[in-house]
Write a protein that binds this ligand. Sequence first.
Ligand code: UDP
Ligand code: MG
Length: 323
Amino acid sequence: MKTVEIIVPCYNEEECVELFYTRVCEVFENLPEHQFIITYIDDGSKDATLEKIKELVRTAKKGRVQYLSFSRNFGKEAAIYAGLSKSTGDYVTIMDADLQHPPELLVDMLDAIEKEGYDCASARRISRKGEPPIRSAFSKMFYRIISKVTAIELVPGSTDYRLMKRKVVEAVVSMPEYERFTKGLYAWAGYKNKWIEYRNVERAGGKSKWSFWGLLRYAYSGFISFATTPLRGVVYFGILTVLVSIASAIYILIGAINSGGDNRTGYASIMILILFLGGVIITILGMIGEYLARIYMEVKRRPIYFERESNIDKEVDKAKPEE
Ligand code: UDP
Ligand code: MG
């Protein structure tokens, strides 16, 4: 019997913890060949999430629910990393606590891996019903741009919800970067993936943790993580500027010779050029600074999260939760 380990990042999800467990149990009733373990990662919640999880540990079947609680809010990416690196199941999946990732898709995902020979199967949202239109528009634009300028291909509507074989999990965990953009890491790691489409589902309870600016920051950070194209663009721009200035130098020189040395013009053109190039230089420096800041954060080698408490490894019968 294969074990499916479900990692659930939770940040202030007290309303969803139990609901989530119930829904997953229902799905696995139709999957007699598989057993599951749910690993809740409490990402420094300020509400009763951790208490709810602990209560579930007591009431649920032994070994079915485990948890790890962070010392503070480290973000969903850190929670995903923690879950993946602690995981032991044959297959591992990541799901949102709010049930926006329908557990029913696991049936198709398991088929894709076990019957069709894929290494992983990922959920892809094909509708964005219930989402603010501006958010959808920006998100589409982001996927288009990042796929164009980086080597990785991100599919629009792709989510963090995917079922993976162990070797894929190990690949993702082996990339120890501090600023993590997991969707990009999946794409970078490769492997045979099947896309499984689904329609957007509204939250089961509680509120979304993402503000518009939060998402914009996430997109920006994803872009910087994978794209070095802007840096190369700077070099091209520099070369272009040099060529243009050589051409204009020749033009001015010829003009000066032809006018017999009387060449006192150009306050406007000089001002425009100085302002323009000054602006460009400051922008470029800022951009290089962004990458430098990334390097600075990475070389510190700080841990991605701190654990405050956990029951992982303490559950003696963990390997055989069905008994
Ligand atoms: N989440 C988290 N840490 C955070 C923010 C969110 O672990 O700092 C979790 C959250 O509890 C949920 C999942 O990430 O299980 C997705 O968050 P949310 O539903 O707020 O995002 P949305 O679905 O609106 O994109
Ligand atoms: Mg959600």
